[in-house]
Design a protein around this ligand. Structure first.
Ligand SMILES: Nc1nc2c(ncn2[C@@H]2O[C@H](COP(=O)(O)OP(=O)(O)OP(=O)(O)O)[C@@H](O)[C@H]2O)c(=O)[nH]1
Ligand SMILES: [Mg+2]
Length: 420
């Protein structure tokens, strides 16, 4: 483990809570990168110092801290512009990381599929591009091998220009490869649309239980039950996975698990993950999973909603699922502004059938309760009706089939003459 300290500036005038939550979260993000945080140097200010992020006095405090605790790196709670990084590295003579770098590093370690790897690499290179000054030993920073931003400083301007060009070229090449993969996704989406398939996306703060909720719903599905990974770690899910869900009453939808969001999610990451997150925009319904046991759940909801806004997600119904109710002491009252909403425990299977019922009610809102009498000479129509219906049962009499259930707009016009 590398030994580090965190430096943070609280610019939220009236919100100490939010700031301290961010610092706690950064500690966990650092742990996920094998950095153990031994101390924090924090400061309240209206804005960041343009040269040194914190005030001059604080720089001395950081130096003392570095020396007394044998610190190897300093992690800043915000994304630092390139000029601040080089100033701070000169002043402190130590490896410097910022929040964005740490998050990118975690994503890099977790990315499994080619698509996720490409997205993370594009985001990292875009982040590095303006920070190339001093990065001489290749583009990927070697941790523990003098990997700070300014190490190896001293080569000429021409080398820097070359590095910049090589990095830009690499970004272009990676983007091209990503577009090819994304096109495949698009084709799959077109196919789904043709099949009139409903799409539901699970979104929410990292570690809130999105993947667990998908698995819990899957247990009640009549379809194939291939579970997704759930784990107590930040950003366990980096790739979207989709499962087909068939409910007890034959409602059918596709359920998609997505990457979790976090405070100050780097802009470059959102950009790079846009193609994957694009799917959220095409959903018929979003399930916003919230960890109601987390004391900062309301801020996490806000952060998630802000990222959704950044992605251009609008006019899609949102159903709030307040998860981990089993951990909550007593009864969890859902604040009024979150509506429709439900408390669930993905772990204990509490309220999952009710959640599924709410999902299908919203998805199939426009479906109409109908009774039809289909003659035996037109039974092929019955097959088509079944594909466009939910909650149905079929009986037979002397003349044909009696269908009772809910049907969609598409089939309604075709069956008018058979209405009872
Ligand atoms: N007690 C309790 N723990 C839960 C519940 N749901 C999920 N968890 C735990 O919370 C942790 C995170 O769950 P995930 O389902 O991986 O969370 P996620 O939202 O998919 O997280 P990321 O993919 O990292 O964004 C795991 O350790 C789960 O076992 C629940 O209802 N109750
Ligand atoms: Mg997950």
């Amino acid at each position: 483990m590398e030994k580090g300290i965190i430096v943070g500036v609280n610019t939220y005038q009236n919100n100490d809570n939010k700031f301290h939550e961010e610092i706690e979260e950064l500690k966990n993000l650092c742990l996920a990168c094998n950095i153990e945080i031994l101390d924090c140097v924090l400061q309240n200010r209206d804005s960041f110092d343009s040269k040194t992020y914190v005030g001059k006095g604080k720089i001395e405090e950081i130096k003392l801290c570095i020396n007394s605790l044998d610190i190897e790196c300093v992690v800043f709670n915000d994304e630092l512009p390139p000029s601040q990084i080089s100033t701070l590295e000169k002043m402190l003579e130590i490896t410097i990381y910022d929040r964005t770098f740490i998050i990118l590093e975690i994503f890099k370690r977790r990315a499994q599929t080619r698509e996720a790897q490409l997205q993370v690499e594009i985001a990292s290179l875009n982040y590095l591009l303006p920070r190339l000054v001093g990065l001489r030993e290749g583009l990927s920073r070697q941790r523990g091998a003098g990997g700070g931003f300014a190490h190896g400083r001293g080569s000429g301007e021409t080398r820097l220009e070359l590095d910049r060009r090589l990095t830009s070229d690499k970004i272009v090449a990676l983007k091209k490869e990503l577009v090819e993969l994304t096109n495949l996704r698009k084709q799959q989406r077109v196919l789904r649309a043709k099949n009139n398939m409903k799409i539901v996306s699970l979104v929410g703060y990292t570690n809130s239980g999105k993947s667990s909720t998908l698995n819990a719903i899957l247990k009640h599905s009549k379809g194939i039950k291939k579970e997704v990974m759930e784990k107590d770690m930040l950003f366990a899910t980096l790739e979207t996975s989709t499962r087909s869900i068939i409910t007890e009453n034959d409602a059918h939808f596709l359920l998609t698990d997505t990457v979790g969001f976090v405070n100050k999610l780097p802009h470059h990451l959102i950009e790079a993950f846009k193609s994957t997150l694009e799917e959220i925009k095409e959903s018929d319904l979003i399930i916003h999973v919230v960890d109601c046991h987390n004391p900062h759940y309301e801020e996490q909801i806000q952060t998630t909603n802000n990222v959704l806004k950044d992605l251009g997600v609008e006019n899609i119904p949102i159903l709030y699922a307040f998860n981990k109710s089993d951990l909550y002491d007593g009864y969890f009252y859902i604040p009024q502004e979150y509506d429709p909403a439900i408390t669930i425990s993905a772990k204990n299977d509490t309220n999952i059938t009710r959640l599924i019922k709410m999902i299908t009610n919203i998805l199939y809102d426009s479906y109409e309760e109908t009774i039809l009498h289909i003659p035996y000479n037109n039974l092929s129509l019955l097959e088509e009706i079944k594909h466009n219906a939910i909650d149905y049962n079929i009986d037979y009499d002397n003349e044909g089939a009696i269908f009772k259930g809910k049907i969609n707009e598409k089939i309604k016009s075709k069956v008018n003459q058979y209405k009872k």
